[in-house]
Design a protein. Structure first.
Length: 277
């Protein structure tokens, strides 16, 4: 009888161990989204960057972050950034093969510079609409304000303003967005300059969050079709309704329906609308 009881006890332990092993499923990280609390801060002042991962149960660590300077300290779903020297810093995160969008934060030495930036933002938001395109831009801004989870980068897309200064000519080595879209794998991981048409308003994802896009110089027909435009991440592109050059890196990264994103480091309006290859 004791042998029979021992046999059943061993079988029970084996079954329990098998069930336990089956219940522990490995989760695969799909996306990383960084949403900065502010894009301009004082030196030696902490500012939070909210971390959103899919699935949400996966957490990042300090070692997953790369920044051009300053310090990053991760606590649960927030990364705390600070820098002791004035300048512009870029911050991104990568875990395995998944890379986040690039966040740009400007660190200033004087509080007066922060006040001046706040006054400029207030003046822009209070400016009256002068045409239909401006009204559309303001409507998009209101939608952005009502979306709690939208990032500061995407928020600026909904209120892009057409640059009024005299634009310069396009760089001879700028690559038209149409060329990028025809074979994007040829440009993945490269630091390049692209040329295309920036729309006046942002595109919106399935959660009604705005994000920036750029068409080929010849224009596009569907703002939400990834094959018709290129999704932008990184630096805030604060111009719209114009032909522009953007410098940055093309990355193969799935966000929503997009398989590729262009991480912007700098941008400017240009007058040359001819396609480059």
């Amino acid at each position: 009888m004791k042998k029979i009881i021992s046999f059943f006890a061993v079988c029970s332990l084996i079954l329990l161990a098998g069930c336990s092993a089956t219940s522990k499923k490995t989760e695969t990280l799909k996306t990383i989204q960084l949403d900065p609390e502010a894009d301009k801060v004082l030196v030696d002042t902490d500012t939070d960057i909210h971390i959103k991962t899919d699935p949400a149960t996966i957490q990042l660590t300090d070692k997953d972050f790369t920044c051009s300077g300053g310090n990053v300290k991760v606590t649960k779903d927030n990364a705390e950034f600070s820098a002791s020297d004035a300048g512009t810093y870029t911050i991104s995160a990568k875990q395995g093969n998944v890379t986040s969008n690039t966040v740009t934060i400007t660190v200033v030495a004087e509080e007066s510079e922060l006040v001046a930036a706040a006054d400029t933002d207030q003046t822009t938001s209070n400016a009256p609409a002068t045409d239909d395109s401006q009204t559309t831009s303001n409507d998009a801004t209101t939608s952005t304000d009502n979306t709690a989870s939208s990032s500061s980068n995407a928020g600026s897309s909904a209120s892009t303003q057409t640059q009024t200064q005299n634009p310069g000519e396009a760089s001879p080595d700028a690559i038209d967005v149409a060329t990028i879209l025809s074979d994007p794998d040829d440009y993945v991981g490269q630091s390049i300059t692209i040329i295309g048409a920036l729309p006046q308003t942002a595109a919106y994802d399935a959660n009604n969050n705005p994000y920036e896009i750029i068409y080929p110089t010849s224009g596009g027909s569907d703002i939400n079709d990834p094959s018709d435009r290129l999704r932008l991440e990184g630096a805030n592109v604060t111009i719209g309704g114009c032909i522009a050059e953007l410098t940055g890196t093309l990355e193969k990264q799935k966000i929503g329906n997009d398989q590729y994103v262009f991480n912007v480091t700098s941008f400017e309006e240009v007058s040359d609308e001819s396609a480059h290859s």
